[in-house]
Structure formats: C-alpha cells, structure tokens
Ligand binder design. Structure first.
Ligand SMILES: [Zn+2]
Length: 175
C-alpha cells in the first residue's frame, strides 16, 4: 500500500498504527502511536525507574533510555556542556532551530542524557550513543570519553550527582 502510494506520487499517507491521515514524510502520527503499536505487538515496557518511554527496540520492548537494555543499566543522568562555544556552534544550532539562540541556549543544546551503568562511589561510568564515558564524582567532571566529546568540559548535573550519591547510600557503597 505504501509503495503503491509512492509510485502513484499521491500525497495521502496513513499512520502505520491508527491509520489516521498524516504527512507523507512520517510513518506515525506521533511517538504515542509508535508506543501503542509496540504494546499492541506484545512489546514489554521495561522502565525500572517509572520514567517515560524514550526508546523502542527492534523486538518491540520499550525502555526509558536508549541504553535501558544494558544489563547494568541503573537510571538516566544529565550531562551538561560547560565549555566554550564558538561561531560554528552558534551557526549550527541557529540553523537547526531556525532562530538565533543565546549563548546559554547554545550550551544547553549540547547537553546529553547518558545511562548510568556503574559507580564505585568515586567514578561513574555512563553510556551514550553506544560509547562509555567516565565521570569523577568528586568534581562531577568528565575524566574520559569517546572522541565525539570533542570538547572536554562536560559535567554531571547537580541533580544527577545527588541521585548517584543517593544510589550509593542505598546500596552501601562508600563515597
Ligand atoms: Zn497514529
């Protein structure tokens, strides 16, 4: 049906789940329809922290982080970019958003949500886009990470540091 529509050059396309008419450049009305389809197909919701579904794996299982299926996944943590920005950053994000951004807005566009995988009370190992990064819990700053962390000034947010310390307390990990 879909291929037929494309072949005919028609502009009508329907949501793959609810069949409502949608714009040709999409397959579903929205994220809710994608989640509803995964559930209807028997996918399991695996959100141990009760957070919203953010990732649907190919087998239909649903997770609160793209690395929520890692065997040692604990919870998501916020990683903030606190380094310098330059005109390339301003240009890239302005083009992406379609409007000029303040420097603070540009900084926040760089932020990432990592999955906490491991902590020994001194460091935190996180995962983002299939790469590991290590943070120092004393300072919150990144110690090492993949090459795409082209600038080295990244920190765990104050909220995430508190959550990690509370996790350590609950699990009798000295900090
Ligand atoms: Zn729909």
């Amino acid at each position: 049906m879909e291929a037929e529509q494309v072949a005919q050059g028609g502009s009508v396309k329907h949501c793959l789940f609810c069949k409502k008419e949608i714009d040709r450049c999409y397959n579903y009305c929205n994220w809710d329809c994608m989640v509803a389809e995964a559930k209807a197909n028997g996918g399991q919701v695996i959100c141990p922290n009760g957070l919203p579904i953010r990732s649907i794996r190919r087998d239909g299982n649903m997770y609160e982080h793209e690395h929520g299926d890692h065997p040692d996944y604990k919870f998501p943590v916020d990683v903030l970019y606190v380094g310098p920005i330059d005109d390339d950053d301003r240009k890239r994000w302005t083009e992406f958003m379609g409007r000029p951004l303040t420097d603070e807005e540009v900084l926040r566009m760089e932020d990432e949500t990592h999955a906490l995988i491991y902590t020994d009370g001194f460091i935190a190992v996180t995962m983002y886009e299939c790469c590991y990064a290590i943070f120092n819990l004393g300072t919150g700053m990144i110690s090492c990470g993949p090459s795409w962390l082209r600038k080295k000034e990244w920190t765990l947010s104050a909220y995430s540091l508190t959550q990690i310390r509370e996790y350590c307390e609950r699990n009798k990990i000295p900090t």
